[in-house]
Design a protein around this ligand. Structure first.
Ligand SMILES: [Fe+2]
Ligand SMILES: [Fe+2]
Length: 223
């Protein structure tokens, strides 16, 4: 049975080829930073990007490539910045694409500026869309699930009601889902940049706050 022509076009489109190359770079990735995160970010970019009037060829290519430097950051214990490294690795991959020089530079800027604590702030609409999509995936119900998954990966406890959050360390037994929420996730909604991103972030933030209120109450035997 042959492949029908429209299917062949989709499978061989430049974006699909970028997707295939990018996915291979996640072969050894851990659960909380796996390829699935990139697929969720891609979907959010589709939604936020259209509403923001972004150049979708730029946004979607950058979405697939934004975390390809992750394994280098993990292997170097954080010395290498995965956003900077990702842009370096992406440059030769996007070179053959039928896009303008300006679009290619924008893709690299999107990748370089997507990080939470990055040195480069997102300057273009496309970079702001990717930044928001990436941050949104860290909050809400998915954010909670990822926080506990990450805690499991570093061998953390489910919760410690006796510890003072300010005195606990990352990557330790005390790096619990609740610690991640207090230290990082609860502040993310303040940094979102686009109108649609802000709307989604407010909803996800409220859900997360309600979840942890309930979690603490159940953990204390109050509910
Ligand atoms: Fe990232
Ligand atoms: Fe990401």
């Amino acid at each position: 049975m042959g492949t029908n022509p429209s299917q062949a076009t989709v499978q061989n489109s430049p974006l699909e080829r970028i997707k295939t190359i990018a996915e291979k770079m996640f072969a050894d990735a851990k659960g909380s930073h796996s390829w699935e995160h990139t697929l969720r970010v891609f979907q959010l970019c589709e939604r936020i990007g259209v509403k923001a009037g972004a150049d979708m060829a730029v946004v979607l290519t950058a979405a697939y490539l934004h975390d390809i430097g992750r394994c280098y950051q993990d292997a170097s214990n954080g010395r290498i910045c995965h956003a900077e490294k990702g842009a370096e690795l992406a440059a030769p991959l996007i070179e053959p694409l039928d896009l303008s020089k300006h679009q290619k530079e924008n893709i690299l800027h999107c990748i370089r500026s997507h990080r939470f604590r990055g040195r480069t702030p997102p300057r273009t609409i496309e970079a702001r869309v990717l930044f928001d999509a990436d941050k949104l995936d860290a909050i809400g119900a998915v954010g909670i699930a990822r926080a506990f998954q990450f805690a499991g990966e570093v061998g953390a406890r489910l919760h410690n009601s006796r510890s003072n959050i300010e005195d606990t360390r990352a990557y330790s037994e005390e790096d619990t889902g609740y610690r991640e929420f207090r230290v990082k996730l609860s502040k993310i909604h303040e940094r979102i940049l686009t109108a649609e991103g802000k709307r989604l972030a407010a909803d996800r933030h409220a859900y997360m706050c309600a979840f942890f209120d309930r979690f603490l109450a159940e953990h204390a035997g109050e509910l």
